[in-house]
Design a protein around this ligand. Structure first.
Ligand code: ASP
Ligand code: MG
Length: 412
């Protein structure tokens, strides 16, 4: 007997029919003798609908009140799933975040989990009852409802698995695992049997939307065994999904590159002809940081005649704001000009194997050069290489890299 936490996303509970299917899937695990805690998201589209309603009242909704109403999506699905399980003769009980007592800080709309009370859940599990928990929500020390950020049900699932020391946390979604890249761009993309937490974290940060970034961080930190599975496969014919695990796991396949991630959501800003002296990077980025804008890649060119150019990337949504800030600060910084480009994207190769295999970067750059794709910026970490290219080359670049690293070949 194992204790399993399962999380079902919005598409898995999109309508009563699908909720009944989830109940059947949960029942099949229960029949195999396991204890189950099931986390659900709101029905697909529901969270967006609720946020839309709020915005019809207030252009930027009051965060406390937004959390009060946006958390209702999950309250609906836990009740429905508990009913569906009872309907097929199983014992089930639903809990909101508050009822479990998933204690968070008070950062509305992006709260962090501080602790989880496992008593009520344990009592139910010991009583052969399936525990259903609302994802995405918690409660702060003063009893205010909080939410964990978009996609936060993944984090609820992982946090419950950590708190209950579950044997596995299964994330059920509308794809049957983590792929080498997005199959909509590269039809030959393959499902990975396993991927390390470090790689998954890079993939998630670089644009793969399968798991919320924070949930992967959490799983890595608390050593929760995570598996991504499809809830849309026929019962009894399910694939193994993708296991997210640790490097020293003996069963890990060991490719050099595990996946190609990409992000269209990028924009680049360049400050031209600034004085090449200490403090200039701080002066430019300080203004940006003060406006709470995240900066990703940064490049400072070699100075000539006492002046230099400085480029960095931001989220595309923040581009107009960042541009305005730089225009304003232009005189103060002593810049000759400010330029920008919001038609760029970032393409990255991710893999633990690059630590022990030299030449990955040059292989990557050659593949891009052969397609005539100009690289605008480069950044690397121990296990990833990212390039910024024109957005119009995104698909070409992803396909070229997927191919050059043999990702379409079955793992040995
Ligand atoms: N319902 C929330 C959202 O759409 C949380 C989740 O689905 O994970 O972001
Ligand atoms: Mg999700």
């Amino acid at each position: 007997m194992a204790l399993i936490v399962q999380k079902y996303g919005g598409t898995s509970v999109a309508n009563p029919e699908r909720i009944k299917n989830v109940a059947q899937r949960v029942a099949s695990w229960k029949r195999r003798g396991h204890q189950l805690v099931v986390v659900v998201s709101a029905m697909s589209g529901e969270t967006n609908r609720l946020i839309g309603l709020a915005k019809e009242i207030q252009a930027s909704p009051d965060p406390r009140e937004l959390d009060v109403m946006v958390s209702t999506g999950e309250q609906v699905t836990i009740g429905l799933l508990a009913m569906a399980l009872k309907e097929i003769g199983l014992k089930a009980r639903s809990y909101t975040g508050n009822q479990v007592r998933i204690l968070t800080d008070d950062a509305y709309t992006k709260a962090r989990i501080l602790s989880i009370d496992d008593q009520a859940m344990r009592a139910d599990l010991d009583d052969d009852t399936i525990v259903i928990v609302a994802g995405f929500q918690g409660v702060d020390a003063k009893g205010n409802i909080t939410t964990l950020g978009r996609g936060g049900s993944d984090t609820t699932g992982v946090a419950l698995a950590a708190a209950l020391k579950a044997d596995e946390c299964q994330i059920y979604t509308d794809v049957d695992g983590v792929y080498t890249t997005d199959p909509r761009i590269v039809p030959e993309a393959r499902r990975l049997n396993a991927i390390t937490f470090e790689e998954m974290l890079e993939m998630a940060s670089l644009g793969s939307k399968v798991l919320q970034i924070r949930s992967v961080e959490f799983a890595g930190k608390y050593k929760v065994k995570l598996r991504v599975l499809s809830s849309l496969e026929e019962l009894g014919k399910e694939g193994p999904g993708t296991l997210i695990t640790f490097e020293d796991d003996k069963n890990m396949e060991q490719p050099i590159i595990s996946g190609i991630a990409f992000n269209r959501d990028e924009a680049k800003l360049t400050v031209l002809g600034v004085p090449d002296r200490p403090g200039i990077a701080y002066q430019i980025l300080g203004e940006i940081a003060e406006a709470n804008i995240d900066v990703d890649m940064i490049i400072q060119n070699i100075g000539h005649d006492g002046s230099t150019d400085f480029s960095f990337t931001v989220n595309r949504g923040e581009y107009p704001k960042a541009l305005a800030i730089l225009e304003n600060a232009k005189a103060k910084i002593g810049a000759r000009d400010i330029t920008g480009d919001n038609k760029i994207c970032k393409v990255s190769a991710v893999g633990m194997g690059m630590r022990s295999h030299p030449g990955i970067a040059s292989k990557m750059f050659r593949a891009l050069a052969e397609e005539g794709i100009n690289i605008k910026m480069i950044s690397t970490s121990e296990i990833k290489i990212s390039v910024v290219v024109d957005e119009k080359y995104l698909e070409l670049a992803v396909r070229a890299l997927h191919k050059v690293f043999d990702l379409d070949q079955a793992a040995a």
